[in-house]
Design a protein around this ligand. Structure first.
Ligand code: NAI
Length: 297
């Protein structure tokens, strides 16, 4: 965009202060934005506050910020249980539970609260941004912003444009994310977006290869680590992600896109049904002594 000056997003609302929302609030506050974080109950607000204090406290311990900077960052964040406090926000990022009903209800409520010029974003990882946007009377001002976990550390943000997202809104959000030091990439509204569509097709193929007894799990993982330079092999990575989570992601993508690359390998379903969920349950493709211990066979 050439002529139009970059839009200022002074105040950013973040709805939901769980794993992702707290991290997203921190990212904006670290970069000088005022943040209004909304949660459902006082207890959830308190959890969000602790998450923020813990995360920034860790950065202080690691020498990545001073205590003064931590105080400044936390001082820019106001936490509330009142959605109406978002009236002053230029941008609202929704990061509540992955439920279409809950997200649509929020976008409906925002309609009567935020300024008509405000930009509305959802951090959904698998739901239709288009469908969420239709709950609001200004779907042209809605985008997906898919931050990766943990948001303060991971640099990639996938920006999802629907068929009605206004080009200027998209450009403004991309500019803003660059200002935050992130690497935004833009894609259409299809479950999985860019990274998970490619990654999970590959992971699923590795399970099918193992299921077909073509190669051992160790050799499949070693081939990708030593041959392709990946930090982890696909089966070890699936154990880390959680086989239940991986199954859900594949299933959602397959049901939406019908790409056979995403039809979950039968063995994955069998493992999940048997309770072999990977590291978190102590056993998946590999067996683990303790949830976070190194791999033992
Ligand atoms: P989470 O369960 O940790 O946090 C969700 C928070 O939303 C909870 O604190 C809950 O109290 C709050 N909440 C629920 N309904 C609310 C409402 N009506 N108003 C305000 N707050 C409400 O979930 P998480 O993991 O942070 O995920 C949030 C979103 O981010 C989901 O859409 C998820 O798919 C997406 N996502 C998650 C990633 C992850 O690794 N966890 C990665 C990228 C995206």
């Amino acid at each position: 965009m050439t002529d139009v000056p970059a839009r200022e997003f002074t105040t950013v609302g973040v709805i939901g202060l769980g794993t992702m929302g707290a991290g997203i609030a921190e990212v904006f506050a670290r970069n000088g934005h005022r943040v209004i974080g909304v949660e459902v109950t006082d207890a959830a607000v308190e959890r969000g506050r602790q998450h923020l204090e813990h995360s920034t406290g860790r950065a202080v311990k690691r020498g990545k910020m001073t205590e003064e900077q931590q105080d400044e960052i936390l001082g820019r964040i106001t936490l509330t249980t009142e959605m109406k406090d978002l009236a002053v926000a230029d941008l609202v990022v929704e990061a509540v539970v992955e439920s279409l009903e809950v997200k649509k209800a929020i976008f409906r409520t925002l309609d009567s609260i935020v300024d008509p010029e405000a930009v509305l974003a959802t951090n959904t990882s698998s739901l239709s941004v288009t469908e969420i946007s239709t709950a609001n009377s200004r779907p042209g001002r809605v985008v997906g912003v898919h931050f990766f976990n943990p948001a303060p550390v991971q640099n990639l943000v996938e920006v999802i444009r629907t068929v009605v997202t206004e080009p200027q809104v998209l450009a403004d959000v991309v500019d803003l994310l660059r200002d935050l030091g992130k690497n935004p990439v833009v894609c259409g509204d299809k479950a999985g977006f860019i990274a998970n569509t490619l990654l999970f097709g590959y992971l699923n193929h590795a399970v099918a290869m193992y299921e077909g007894k073509y190669a051992s799990r160790e050799d499949i993982d070693a081939a990708m680590r030593f041959g392709c330079g990946y930090p982890m092999g696909p089966l070890a990575l699936l154990d880390l992600i959680g086989l239940d989570t991986a199954y859900e992601i594949l299933d959602t993508m397959y049901k939406q896109g019908r790409d056979r690359l995403h039809a979950p390998a039968p063995l994955l379903k069998q493992y999940v049904t048997a309770g072999l969920l990977g590291r978190k349950s102590g056993r998946g493709f590999y067996t683990y002594e303790a949830p976070d211990s190194p791999v033992v066979v």
